[in-house]
Write a protein that binds this ligand. Structure first.
Ligand code: HEM
Length: 486
């Protein structure tokens, strides 16, 4: 009690110094074999420096300096708690493969608050598994072949039909339109251009800004605005779901109705999820699938623009597919055609390696873990940074160069492949990776066969930590006459 009295008599600055002293002494208390590191300021730690925007094809100054000073595994204080950061390929693999055993998914509160408590990014254990199973069924290869492939073609052709030769436009906005319309169609049968689709798209921009903001819920903050957008988006989903349930009841009553083959219908019919759970599932799939694929596609356009040799090889691959089809009198791409796009897959892998759409994921140790002589204490946050491995010159030669050929004849088990974690890994491996590859491959097919393109203005992709292009990737296109495709 007397200590408390004396503390209250101290001036505010002395009190602040005392708090900092206690904080530092607690942090520096001898802990067995913790990785080396620094802790930054009280509470916020080094979060701002870690998240400082940097060029997407680099690991940023913070990571570079910390790796140079402490090595590939270091400790820090990030996102409000003590953290182990890993740029070590082996540890990253170990973390992903031991989900539920030594580590657990642990996204910041802002993400959980906005995506909802039933979002797949937040759930762990059995509930995560059952949500994952529904998503994987929907994204199965049978569904990709029969439903998604023709839809991707239709949406690609719709988007590029609006491109005007010689007029600069934002390639990023165009690919965002493409991936958003595709997700909206496949999840809820929303057609492009419909007022509801456009409303959803506008709300989604505000929503995304909140995901990366601090969870400060008072009027005017990005987080507050994002929560309002979440309600509007859920309102649209709820309305669609009510209409759908009504139609399903009419069908049961014997009235013939055509059924939509989309994720909403699937979840309503085939799972025992509540409406609230279905809404969060739809929202989190929209989140997981829209931004990632669109930025990956924009990066592909960006990297290819400065690599004419790769564009030429792509053209040859896609022209051969087209020629053989026309000899057989066939139209539209089939699954068999897609499976012939080998070099295209090399381009996609290389884009994701160099561009790093998802740079790191959030985990926490659920028990003390020993690795390479270090201890990762239970309860600490753990960040496996994939970007640092993808850009590590000990693993990828000339890592800052766009070189799709490094993926040729590269099979499972090779260093190139086993250190590639663009889609995460283990029991949380991206559920939509096959869809993402299909989207990019089909879009590229039409792009390289129909257009030449160049940057209308120089631009650069940066990470903050979600990727964006400073100027929206302005490009100009020129149509290719069929006879000149060689
Ligand atoms: C190039 C595009 C994409 C990249 C780079 C990517 C990357 C990732 C990564 C790294 C994770 C793991 C997150 C973690 O472990 O915490 C993930 C998870 C996930 N992704 Fe993707 N993704 C892409 C496209 C898509 C698409 C198109 C969908 C489909 C809608 C999708 C759906 C999901 C889902 C549902 C999860 C959560 C899986 C789980 O927790 O079990 N992704 N993605």
């Amino acid at each position: 009690m007397s200590i408390l009295k004396e503390l209250l008599l101290l001036s505010p600055s002395a009190l602040l110094l005392l708090v900092i002293f206690f904080y530092l002494s607690r942090y520096n208390r001898k802990q067995p074999n913790l990785p080396p590191g620094s802790h930054g300021f009280p509470i916020v730690g080094e979060t701002f420096a870690y998240l400082k925007p940097h060029c997407a094809t680099t690991i940023g100054q913070f990571m570079e300096q910390h790796i140079n000073r402490y090595g590939k595994i270091y400790r820090s204080n990030l996102f409000g708690g003590p953290t182990i950061v890993s740029a070590d390929a082996g540890l990253n693999r170990f973390i992903l493969q031991n989900e539920g055993r030594f580590f657990e998914c642990n996204y910041p509160k802002s993400i959980g608050g906005i995506l909802g408590k039933w979002s797949m990014l937040v759930l762990v254990g059995e509930m995560h598994q059952s949500m994952r199973t529904i998503s994987l069924n929907f994204l199965s290869s049978a569904h990709l072949r029969a439903v998604l492939l023709p839809e991707i073609q239709r949406q690609t052709l719709m988007v590029i039909a609006g491109w005007k030769e010689g007029v600069a436009f934002s390639a990023l906005q165009e690919v965002k339109k493409f991936t958003f319309n595709l997700m909206a169609k496949n999840m809820m049968s929303l057609e492009p251009g419909e007022p509801e689709t456009e409303k959803l798209r506008r709300e989604y921009i505000t929503f995304m800004k909140g995901v990366v903001s601090a969870p400060l819920n008072f009027p005017g903050t990005s987080y507050w605005k994002a929560l309002k957008s979440r309600s509007s988006i859920l309102g649209v989903i709820q309305k669609k779901m009510d209409e759908r349930s009504g139609r399903m009841r009419m069908k049961e009553a014997g009235e013939e109705r055509e059924e939509e083959d989309d994720l909403m219908g699937w979840a309503l019919k085939q799972s025992s999820l509540s409406k609230e759970q279905i809404m969060d599932l739809l929202l989190s799939l929209l989140f997981a699938g829209y931004e990632t694929s669109s930025i990956a596609l924009a990066l592909t356009i960006f990297f290819l623009e400065s690599c004419p040799k790769a564009v030429q090889e792509l053209k040859e691959e896609h022209y051969n597919i087209l020629r053989k089809k026309s000899e057989r009198g066939e139209h539209g791409l089939s699954w068999a055609d897609y499976k012939k796009m080998d070099f295209t897959q090399c381009v996609i892998n290389e884009t994701l390696r160099l561009g790093n759409v998802v740079r790191f994921v959030h985990r926490k140790a659920i028990r003390d873990v020993r690795y390479k002589g270090y201890v990762i204490p239970a309860g600490w946050k753990v960040l496996p940074v994939f970007a640092a491995v993808h850009l590590d010159e000990e693993i990828y030669t000339q890592p800052h160069q766009f070189n799709p050929w490094r993926w040729k004849k590269c099979s499972v088990g090779t260093t190139t492949m086993s250190n590639f974690m663009a889609y995460g890994g283990g029991s949380r491996l991206c559920a939509g990776s096959e869809l993402a590859k299909l989207e990019i491959a089909i879009f590229l097919h039409h792009l390289v066969l129909k257009f030449r393109w160049e940057l209308a203005e120089s631009d650069c992709a940066f990470a903050h930590p979600f990727l964006d292009f400073q100027k929206g990737l302005p490009i100009k296109v020129q149509a290719i006459q069929e006879t000149t495709i060689t």
